[in-house]
Design a protein around this ligand. Sequence first.
Ligand code: PBG
Length: 315
Amino acid sequence: MREMVAETALRPADFILPAFIANGIDAPREISSMPGVYQHTEDSLLKLGEEALEAGVRCIDLFGVPLDEEKDAEGSEAWNPEGALNRGLRALRREFGDELIIMADTCLDEFTDHGHCGVLSTDRHGATIVNNDATLPRYQKMAVAQAEAGAHIVSPSGMMDGQIAAIREGLDEAGMQDVAIMAYSAKYASAFFGPFREAVGSSLEGDRRTYQQDPANFRESLLETELDIEQGADFVMVKPALPYLDVLRAVAEMSPVPVAAYQVSGEYAMITAAGQKGWIDREAVMMESLMSIKRAGAEQILTYFAIEAARRLRG
Ligand code: PBG
């Protein structure tokens, strides 16, 4: 009877699996702060895609990890067709065609030597700043390169103002009207991203508080989401997930497009570490956290637990 009256149900197809492809490795490399998550080679990435599909997960979100010497001030590896990420996208598309939905992370931080999501410049007072508007044409180039490589969805995660309009225009001009945009609309400057920095070998010093949102703010998320929808977002996202369920619920209530939430690296790491210590039941907490994210209003959930949780749902 409990099942009959349950108000929320998780499905394997709700999950999106974030994955990493790295240059310069010849075997998958486990991320120490995210046990069970790996930087992949092309071969191991394709195996991961197979496992995802077998478990009923339909979408992979790919991040690229270049070598340090491939990074530069503007992140130009991001639009190099042979760059780590574009190579991975191409391999996935070649292997899986339209069976697996291939999503690309569209942000410069993995590719810049300073680790910021945009290019830097000096303001009129001599301070170094992330230059919002100078970043937009780079995002356009990156998105077009990703779509050419095979991405079905591009996902701008850099929180630059105007990024959705710029990318939509860039894709449309390149004749890629069919490529969708998942907008990281309400993304907070969060310490929960900690383990991700290791996952992508980030060069960042400092923080992203000038372009990501202050955890103190709620209303701002609704404005950011509205702007993204006006500019042509096909999906909007709230990130991180569990600490921001109030934001997620509010975005879900106002959004005319599908709403995603990202259960980030730190959320995964906390559940996994406490589970390893025997302090919590890892699997039960995993399923409960995902159920809560869905109950709060997410229709798609980006989670490093995607395959494990999907298998569990299928018994
Ligand atoms: C940056 C980006 C980040 C994550 C996804 N894209 C890190 C950041 O903004 O500092 C975090 C994902 C995670 O923690 O799992 N473009």
